[in-house]
Design a binder for this molecule. Sequence first.
Ligand code: EPU
Length: 417
Amino acid sequence: MKKLIIKGSKELSGEIHIGGAKNSVVALIPASCLTKGKCVIHNVPDISDVAMLIQMMEYLGSKITYENEVLTIDNQNLKEKPIPTEFSSCLRASYYFMGSLGGHFKHAEISYPGGCTIGARPIDIHLDSFKKLGFKVVEKDGTYTMNAMKLKGRDIFFDFPSVGATINVMIAAVLAEGTTKIINAAREPEIQNVADFLINMGAKIEGAGTAEIVITGVKELHGAEVDVIPDRIEAGTYIIIGSLLGKNLKISGINKDNLISLTSKLEDAGVKLKYNKDSILVSKARNLKAVNVKTTFYPGFPTDLGQPMSTFLTQCKGESLFEETIYENRLRHIPYLNTMGARIQSWEKKAVIIGSTPLRGRKVKATDLRASASLLVAGMIATGTTEVDNVEHILRGYENLVDKLNNVGADIKLIDD
Ligand code: EPU
């Protein structure tokens, strides 16, 4: 078990450079399995989810090198092999091997994907869509086996704009015969990033980033290169931290257009942000006022920033209504914020946050990746020392977190417990 020890209330100045997006790269790596050609992925973040995917790719026969944020994938000897629970349970994104191995070999076998326990997280939209494309999907003891003689494109309507299902269907459909149209597709920027990679590989995709994506099948794909887009959740977390502790803290390497749902809320609360081409300058704001925040799909406020944002709201004067609409269990950090001095009443997926309240260092426990980020922010603004237990989750999504924060003035240690 890993633990963060945070000495709080340190002023932060200097620059934090943002890495590549976790939720893009975890799809780009499996997507490379659509070709035996050489793929090169740039701006790959050094996070534990990437390390796990490298192991999975090597298990499938790929040769991988990973240096200076460049991941080179040689799939000459790629084989379709069952992906056992030891791998699939480690991360949610293992479900992208269903689309990529299924698309390439017309056969895939994979155990149920893991990931943060933030809700039921069914994969019914993925499975229904795979069936519509022509797969026979059989589930036995938590393992899915997918088989098809051939795949045939068609119109697929999603009841909900699922990020994972949108990417998975794009991946599976690029080698199908004919045209697939995804209606009510998710519009997150990571989807566009994956589509760009597939297009670079020779796929024909139009409309990625909109609610209707049209994929015209091609016979085969070739090797290609792609840059991972900046991680808007990592950037958002550091912008939140800067608005509580920064003194001209520069958050660089970002795409500010992807952060508007956050930056406009922070500005409504009283934070002053200075925008440059690919960076934002943020300083500690005084007299913050309450704002209501409701998470939803893109371009709405991202669920992945909801938990760190809830910590920010404890520092705003008045009553903020916070509502999570995507997952059932994304408020499990709230009792810990309350032990640190916050005044939050929560029920179901809503919380009323009454501020502003000073926070005091305490021993707390992280239940998932973004809960870890929320408690990190809390520990950084608290007086005294905060210990966050069970924090290995945070390594899944924030590269080099301790160095990035200590380099701008924080006092944080990551220790093995
Ligand atoms: N859903 C279904 N059926 C499905 C798929 C989704 O009911 O077949 C429901 C889920 O239960 C959930 C909602 O739809 O309530 C959203 O799921 P979605 O498929 O959009 O999310 P995901 O693909 O499982 C990705 C990210 C999440 C991020 C969400 C939403 C990856 C690996 N994960 O998950 O990232 O919260 O999109 O933006 O890309 C995180 O980084 O902390 C994280 C959880």
